[in-house]
Write a protein that binds this ligand. Structure first.
Ligand code: FE2
Length: 277
């Protein structure tokens, strides 16, 4: 059931904005501002942080988008903003001849952001400048804390012994080699979460990612990866976000892994992304 709250505009204005909260399925929350003119900084950062941690994915609709520098400056109120060679705000647009699969129109397998960065982002934010809804390209979020909760003791024990080494060439803003335990703890809640990025086969993806599994017999490696991939793609753990221009989306990078469905229609879309440590 949708619920509503009100927020007062800052600067002593007596105006208030009505916010409608609607649960997304199977997790996540949509907060819509009615009446126009609302800004993300009308809501205190601590309130948004709480909503994001409770919901994992928080979609704000009906809020003004921020200019590129303003987006980075706003995000700094939440923590350190990751700086890439291309700057703090990464423009995600579909390119004709991309050097990397993120900028193509195909699917993007599950991963977490910042695997190859020096710092581990706590949150990532998107704003959507342009999109055509209903043509595929949805961003898909898997709540790995729920995947872990639903696993039985034997599976949890097996997962806790597994780590994976990921490697990829640096073609765009990331690259390198990293080894990561499959189970880790959420830095705020201490809840167990999974860190898993799906392997990207060189024949299917530009700028592929290879995965070596440790803690599993070599003969079982492929079966283990296949079963894990099937589990994290289960519809009961995955929220698919179909973008509309004007959406702002805040996500918990520790509880979630995310990817993208392939586009099935026009690929005109422009997202901007910031990572907050
Ligand atoms: Fe990502």
């Amino acid at each position: 059931m949708p619920q509503s709250t009100n927020v007062s505009h800052p600067c002593g204005s007596t105006e208030t904005t009505k916010l409608i909260h609607t649960p997304l399925r199977p997790f996540g929350r949509l907060v819509e501002a009615l009446g126009g003119g609302a800004r993300i900084d009308d809501i205190p950062v601590e309130t948004l942080r709480r909503w994001t941690e409770e919901s994992r994915v928080l979609v704000l609709r009906g809020f003004q988008l921020l200019a590129k520098q303003e987006f980075a400056d706003y995000s700094r109120q939440w923590g350190e903003v990751l700086k890439w060679d291309a700057g703090e705000v990464i423009d995600l647009v579909v390119e004709e001849n991309p050097r990397n699969y993120l900028f193509g129109s195909g699917d993007v397998p599950f991963h977490w952001d910042g695997a190859f960065a020096e710092a581990d982002p706590r949150y990532f934010f998107f704003q959507c400048l342009d999109a055509t809804p209903g043509v595929g390209g949805e961003t898909v979020f898997c709540d790995t804390s729920r995947v872990y909760q639903d696993a039985d003791d034997e599976e949890r024990a097996r997962w806790s012994r597994v780590s994976m080494t990921y490697s990829t060439d640096k073609v765009v803003h990331y690259g390198g080699e990293v080894t990561q335990g499959l189970v880790t703890q959420h830095p705020a809640t201490g809840a167990p979460v999974l860190r898993f990025a799906e392997p990207l086969a060189p024949e299917a993806y530009k700028n592929p990612v290879s995965v070596k599994v440790h803690g599993v017999a070599e003969s079982e490696e492929e079966g283990f990866l296949g079963t894990l991939a099937e589990r994290v793609h289960s519809p009961r753990y995955c929220y698919h976000h179909d973008w509309r221009a004007g959406d702002i989306l805040l996500a918990d990078n520790f509880s979630l892994i995310h990817g993208r469905n392939a586009f099935t229609g026009p690929t005109r879309r422009h997202l901007q992304r910031v990572e907050v440590v």
